[in-house]
Design a protein around this ligand. Sequence first.
Ligand code: ZN
Length: 69
Amino acid sequence: MSNVFCQCDKCERDILVGETMVSLTMAKDKIIDESCIQPVFVNTVGMWCQACASHVVDKQVKLHKTMFD
Ligand SMILES: [Zn+2]
């Protein structure tokens, strides 16, 4: 018996407790000093199962490479 934690954004399959999920988040942090930041706000942009994550991450890396080329 496994509990559903969330759904994958790509294949829409249930991601269960005990599995590994990959998420992309946008965080807003307050900079306290050079070595310390304080989280103010975290927004989850996407969540994927491990099988889909490799494709998604691949796409993101290619996208960023294109941006910086
Ligand atoms: Zn998936």
